[in-house]
Design a protein around this ligand. Structure first.
Ligand code: ZN
Length: 255
């Protein structure tokens, strides 16, 4: 099916389409370092490409909005060039976008999130939209958080993977290959006191505003992006597409 992409349309087309739109999809990403492996727009480009693929599945039921290119990247500020918003700013920004879409008659908003750092703010946003503004809003991941359990174990991928690793880079190779510096792929310099996840995470039952270079990786990457594979990226991306499509179908049916 044809995807309906707002920034590529003209006003008469949008006006005509809007009454049939069931959900406005807003891709959200980050402007954040991904070590030597992929560019600063990695999370934004993945979220936007993935959203367009959802648009191809659902046609005019979805209006694919322009991506939000900045996010919550406080934990990556130790790396030059990363730009973060304060959570307060970010939450208001996303709410403004949702309110504008709602004013144009869109019933529901779905944020497609390419960056884990945005998640806690997205929870605030959807709750605030629902209970303070009466707007139905949802969010979903689209990356390794969604497909990680489906990785082919025979590929021998790193245990500490995710950001700028083989899992994220493989998905980039499949859906936004312009983000990948294929000639420069490097293994993540994961720190000894890796505290951001797993059983040994001392903050497992609490929280910390962690710093990536101290608590995760010195060169900004996890895993080993040299093991990236376009084929596996395509397969995993399809897993994510299926899972997120099921969520959308559920929303369409029940809410
Ligand atoms: Zn990323």
């Amino acid at each position: 099916m044809k995807a309906y992409i707002l920034e590529e349309m003209i006003h008469p087309e949008v006006k005509e389409l809007l009454p049939r739109v069931e959900i406005a999809v807003v891709p959200v990403g980050s402007c954040e370092q991904h070590g030597p492996n992929t560019t600063y727009n990695t999370d934004t480009a993945r979220a936007y490409a993935f959203s367009k693929q959802l648009g191809e599945r659902f046609g005019e039921k979805l209006l694919i909005c322009p991506p939000v290119t900045y996010g919550i990247s406080t934990h990556h500020m130790g790396f030059a060039g990363t730009i973060t918003l304060r959570p307060e700013t970010y939450i208001e920004l996303l709410k403004d976008i949702a309110v504008a879409l709602h004013k144009h008659g869109v019933k529901r908003i779905l944020f497609i999130n390419g960056h884990g750092g945005n998640t806690s703010s997205l929870n605030v946003v959807i709750n605030s939209l629902k209970y303070s503004y009466g707007i139905d809003a949802y969010y979903s991941g689209m990356g390794f958080g969604v497909f990680d359990d489906a990785v082919n174990p025979e590929l021998g991928w790193s245990e500490k993977r995710g950001h700028a690793s083989e899992s994220e880079t493989s998905q980039c190779l499949a859906i936004c290959p312009e983000c990948v510096r294929k000639d420069n792929l490097q293994k993540g310099e994961v720190v000894e006191n890796f505290v951001i996840r797993g059983k040994n995470n001392p903050f497992r039952y609490g929280g910390i505003a962690f710093q990536w270079e101290r608590d995760a990786s010195r060169n900004g990457a996890l895993g080993d992006a040299r093991k990236s594979s376009k084929e596996e990226g395509e397969r995993l991306n399809n897993v994510a597409l299926e899972r997120v499509s099921r969520m959308i179908e559920y929303i369409l049916e029940h809410y």
